[in-house]
Design a protein around this ligand. Structure first.
Ligand SMILES: Cc1cc2nc3c(=O)[nH]c(=O)nc-3n(C[C@H](O)[C@H](O)[C@H](O)COP(=O)(O)O)c2cc1C
Length: 304
């Protein structure tokens, strides 16, 4: 029965054997002890930058009701280290690697994307245009439609790999940014990165995050992300990768029904290292119970 199910989904010209992949920053080679990487739809390493960067002030993570706030600040060893160390650790697996790129300028996004363009084992680029931890009071490229369009169109010129734009939820209209990303030449949209947030210790009156603000993730954000997936699916024909608060197979299916073609899992893996494959198993069970043969049937299948 299991073998008769088809869990394949497509993002641009990339076919994934199933829709489940890790969220950037919540996954690393050390997880191979807990997880069969070959079962993943894709492998998404932590965002990389052109040059090494140390990350933000500590503490970088705090727990809060329904989730966590992080302000890691794209701690990165730079693109050269990524190619010489990170990629070899992952390319022994069959699952396609989607590299996440972060940068502080459009030029840097273009430079890193050009460096990755000829790497055969990197099958797609996810542009993190949404990290809220960059300097500038949490502002991100993806808060401005014009900049989003320009950034993606410049990256489009240096690579033929599928480009996924990881949108920020910290905007008035995520639909406007989604349209701009599509116009710029994106092949897929990640909806979305973390929500800009803050937590304060009432005893010390100090922020619980060294950088004062950080990105909120975990189960509490899921209803907001489901709403955004639904909204983005109304205005864009691009495949959507839902991201934010997925803890179970049913959460992932909910995002697919809202319009997502694939789903990323972050915080859940910190709580349970086998979350990614547990979620996959739950989806298989759901398909079995509901006699679904093709998982693609679920995408955007919401009944209003
Ligand atoms: C510790 C931590 C580090 C993260 N680092 C990155 C990163 O490097 N690049 C990125 O695009 N997103 C990063 N994120 C955001 C996640 O990829 C994801 O968008 C977010 O956690 C929401 O999904 P979740 O609720 O399943 O965790 C990070 C999240 C956490 C918790």
């Amino acid at each position: 029965m299991t073998s008769s199910k088809n869990m394949q989904v497509t993002i641009g010209d990339l076919t994934l054997k199933n829709p489940i992949m890790p969220a950037s920053g919540a996954f690393g080679p050390e997880m191979e002890q807990a997880l069969d990487f070959d079962r993943l739809g894709a492998i998404v390493p932590k965002s990389i930058t052109k040059f090494p960067q140390p990350g933000n002030a500590k503490p970088r993570v705090c727990e809060t009701n329904g989730g966590m706030i992080n302000s890691i600040g794209i701690q990165s060893k730079g693109v050269e280290h990524f190619l010489s160390h990170t990629i070899p650790a992952f390319e022994k697996y069959q699952s396609p690697i989607i590299a996440s790129v972060s940068a502080e300028s459009i030029e840097e996004f273009v430079d890193v994307s050009a460096t990755l363009a000829n790497q055969a084992s990197i099958r797609g680029l996810e542009l993190n245009i949404s990290c809220p931890n960059l300097k500038g009071d949490g502002k991100a490229f993806g808060m401005d439609a014009t900049i989003t369009r320009e950034l993606i169109s410049q990256v489009r010129e240096v690579t033929t790999k599928p480009i996924i734009a990881k949108l920020t939820p910290n905007v008035t209209s995520i639909q406007d940014i989604a349209i701009a990303a599509e116009q710029g030449g994106a092949d897929g949209l990640n909806v979305a990165n973390t929500m800009l947030a803050m937590a304060i210790d009432v005893d010390t009156r100090k922020p619980l995050i060294g950088n004062v603000m950080g990105g909120f993730s975990g189960p509490a954000v899921k209803p907001i992300i489901v709403r955004m997936i639904y909204q983005v699916a109304q205005v864009s024909s691009l495949p959507i990768i839902g991201c934010g608060g997925v803890m179970s197979g049913r959460d992932a299916i909910e995002m697919m029904i809202a319009g997502a073609s694939a789903v990323q899992v972050g915080t859940a893996s910190f709580i349970n290292p086998t979350a990614l494959t547990d979620i996959l198993t739950e989806i298989e069970e759901y398909m079995e119970q509901n006699e679904i043969i093709e998982i693609e049937e679920l995408i955007g299948s919401i009944i209003i």
